[in-house]
Design a protein around this ligand. Structure first.
Ligand code: FAD
Ligand code: NAP
Ligand code: SF4
Length: 681
């Protein structure tokens, strides 16, 4: 029966031989747990929570059908009967919660970070160090057999189906596109030849698993690379896949090597739903929309408008396993929304670390981080309602403690109030909405507009005092730093002081980049950036007439002339996130921001900023110099500068987030520290 909330999204989907309880899919997300047999109990617990949370269909992280298909050395593989015992832990956990789960079969082709890589042709990818070998005719045949064996083993493991990964530039996508398929034989040339491998795989898997088993295929509907497929080719492939036995067509946008962002926070929500819609009109099996869909109202609109039959969200289920149950019971305002930062999920995966989630540190740590009810209720003060303090206060209250949260500001959020001023970071407001609701639900007593002192705290009988007071911006020791043309990033982003047309930014960390993006934006144009502008800016043709949907980007019209400076000799922006930093660098480059490394600051005066670079002096004749030179901890409330001090006396003092350590601080660490400390009180 359809829910009264989000009736289209939450309506069941009848596949003939089986029924999905609603139209939501938890898309494939590599956590790292699937690569080691001893982590399968953790993986099972992770999926169990998501199944209990109501999602319609879960897709596992990618599992390789053979060694050559490994993404990383010794990555998760299913090629022998021995593998099914681990996977049964996962399938049983999901089925016990009433969910359904398919295993993704992923052959990474030339994206594999290992020396055995193969592809359609011997052409190296720009983002990989290993040159692939072209598969021989017999190599292709054995690859097809490996897919079939893998699917049969998945079936024996209790999966409800498989997802065959055909997008994001992995092996099957490499066969499909002229960019990577230079073959002259029956596997290359025309689209009929290039699609032979994926279509044969689907046909033979279908023959092996019978008709009552889901085969979902993730089809690349917008390659976003030179030499990608045209729309006509995308449709030809989709129709052939349908004929070959695919049950559901999932969609993928952009190869990993594409230079167009497809999932980071600055990509407009549901940006690619119209492309899924065109595919839906060309086939008769269910089509899934994906990419940057993170709240139920958008997902509902996608189904209600007829853009797609299902909606895939991967990261949003890391952020909140209860997404669907909350939506179904009219509690969408309680959803912990994925802000598309990639900081704890994809950035971890690419660093070969276990994935988690910035806004939900329990993700993929369900058996390690528990928010259990306490037997000994304590009176807890949390000072500072930034991400660290919010996490600490809400988790402590959830565990049953009596919590008071203080902040000198009139609203919660700390630096997130500043971050959300940056174009493309509008999602950060969702985290504040989530915490604001969570404070109400958990019964935290909130005292805003109050800068508390240690003395005041000591008179109120607290057992534990958590200092989460964050940071203060650093003022660098540069001659003329008190000149009227010098502003701090707070002056610009928070206090909205007037900024001239020529600007030098001192400090090229995350905040320096954000300030540059903020100042490039013409304030007379609305935010978030309208989709058509965003497509034009990044050179995307959603009609995909040729080149996988790439066209020439529109000319940039920077609102200001900007210099972004650092003292280090390293590449400017090298410290930004692995999967998002390139987007920030590309934006600044397109807008002619001059990024200078190895700078020595000499002085600031009426003329501008005087620097020494490459042994020569240079004057940057700017109207304003903006300081983004890092931050220092605010620890005035601590008994002394050591968190150890006072631990054994009452009240016990703790410090977390920026107050504990300003360097390399980000919200991921702040929230994790807050949650971990509160869970341990
Ligand atoms: P804060 O957020 O600084 O919160 C501290 C709180 O304590 C404040 O609300 C303050 O008012 C309060 N306070 C201080 N002293 C007292 C007192 N005596 N009494 C009462 N209240 C007090 N991080 C990311 O991970 N990803 C990003 O993309 C990102 N982008 C950013 C963009 C910008 C422009 C900025 C400025 C920051 C960004 N950050 C980002 C950093 C992130 O916001 C911080 O790491 C995080 O906010 C630190 O959390 P915190 O709780 O330790 O401190
Ligand atoms: P940061 O990343 O540490 O960068 C500080 C910058 O200031 C560096 O470029 C540094 O480079 C420069 N600097 C440091 N001391 C200086 C001095 N005395 N004089 C002149 N320059 C100096 O810090 P941030 O930009 O303030 O960001 C704070 C935190 O927020 C970061 O740790 C970051 O993780 C987080 N954040 C993240 C994002 C994101 O997108 N993930 C965005 C914004 C912020 P040199 O020392 O080489 O000059
Ligand atoms: Fe979403 Fe960021 Fe969490 Fe990844 S780390 S799931 S992008 S909020």
């Amino acid at each position: 029966m359809a829910s009264i909330h989000y009736p289209h999204l939450l309506a069941p989907l009848d596949l003939g031989f089986t029924q999905l309880r609603n139209r939501t899919i938890m898309g494939s997300m590599h956590t790292g747990l699937e690569d080691r047999f001893y982590n399968y109990p953790k993986l099972a617990a992770y999926f169990r929570e998501r199944a209990r949370g109501g999602v319609g269909l879960i897709v596992t992280g990618g599992i390789s059908p053979n060694r050559r298909g490994w993404l990383l050395p010794f990555g998760g593989t299913m090629n022998s009967l021995g593998d099914i015992w681990n996977h049964r832990k996962v399938t049983s956990a999901v089925h016990e919660e009433g969910g359904k789960i398919v295993m993704q079969i992923l052959h990474s082709g030339r994206y594999g970070y290992q020396p055995f890589v193969v592809s359609a042709s011997a052409k190296k990818s720009p983002i990989s160090m290993f040159k692939p070998k072209a598969l021989t005719e017999s190599g292709i045949e054995s690859t097809i057999r490996d897919y079939v064996r893998c699917a049969r083993l998945a079936q024996k493991s209790g999966y409800d189906g498989v997802e065959i990964m055909g997008s994001e530039g992995y092996l099957l996508n490499q066969f499909l596109c002229a960019r990577t398929n230079l073959r002259q034989d029956r596997w290359g040339g025309s689209i009929e030849n290039r699609m032979r491998l994926p279509v044969d795989i689907v046909r033979r898997v279908r023959a092996a698993v019978g008709k009552n088993f889901i085969i979902m295929y993730r089809h690349s509907i917008l390659d976003l690379v030179e030499g990608g497929n045209s729309w006509d080719e995308v449709v030809t492939v989709a129709q052939a896949l349908e004929q070959a036995g695919v049950t559901i067509l999932n969609t993928g946008i952009g190869w990993h090597e594409a230079r167009v962002p497809t999932i980071v926070t600055s990509v407009p929500r549901a940006a690619f739903a119209s492309v899924a819609r065109r595919l839906k009109q060309a086939v008769s099996i269910p089509v899934v929309a994906s990419n940057r869909i993170n709240m139920p109202d958008q997902a509902e609109a996608i189904i209600a408008n007829g853009d797609a039959d299902m909606v895939s969200m991967a990261r949003p289920f890391l952020a909140d396993p209860e997404f669907v149950n909350k939506a179904a019971s009219g509690r969408a305002d309680e959803i912990n929304t994925c802000i598309a930062c990639n900081q704890a999920c994809l950035d971890h995966t690419f660093a070969n670390k276990r994935a988690s989630c910035l806004v939900n540190p329990r993700a993929a740590h369900e058996t390690e981080l528990h928010y259990l009810k306490t037997a000994k209720r304590k009176k807890v003060a949390v000072v500072g309602a930034g991400p660290a303090g919010l996490a600490a206060a809400t988790v402590a209250a959830e565990c049953g403690h009596d919590v008071t949260l203080f902040d000198s500001n009139q609203k919660i959020g700390g630096q997130f109030n500043i971050a959300m001023q940056v174009p493309g970071k509008e999602e950060f407001a969702e985290t504040m909405r989530y915490f604001s609701r969570r404070l109400e639900i958990t019964g935290v007593q909130l005292q805003l507009g109050q800068r508390v002192t240690r003395e005041e705290l000591l008179t109120q009988g607290f057992d534990d005092i958590i200092v989460a007071t964050g940071i203060a911006p650093r003022s660098p020791n540069i001659k003329g730093v008190d000149h009227p043309k010098v502003l701090s990033y707070l002056d610009v982003l928070l206090h909205k002081k007037t900024v001239g047309k020529r600007v030098a930014i001192i400090g090229a960390g995350g905040i320096g980049f954000d300030v540059a993006e903020y100042l490039l934006h013409d304030p007379s144009t609305s935010l978030p950036i309208p989709l058509a502008h965003w497509f034009a800016e990044w050179g995307v043709d959603p009609q995909a007439q040729k080149n996988g949907g790439l066209i020439a980007p529109a000319a940039a019209h920077p609102f200001r002339q900007i210099y972004l400076l650092q003292r280090k000799e390293t590449k400017v922006g090298a410290g930004l996130g692995k999967t998002s930093g390139w987007v920030h660098r590309a934006t600044l480059q397109r807008n002619n921001v001059e990024m200078l490394a190895g700078v020595e600051y000499q002085r600031i005066d009426d003329q501008g900023l005087h620097i020494m670079i490459n042994g020569e002096t240079r004057v940057l004749e700017v109207d304003n110099v903006i300081l983004c030179a890092g931050q220092e901890s605010l620890t005035e409330l601590m008994p002394d500068q050591s968190s150890e001090n006072g631990k054994n006396s009452t009240p016990r003092f703790h410090k977390i987030g920026g107050a504990a350590l300003a360097s390399e601080l980000d919200a991921k660490r702040a929230i994790r520290e807050g949650a971990e400390l509160a869970a341990s009180l």
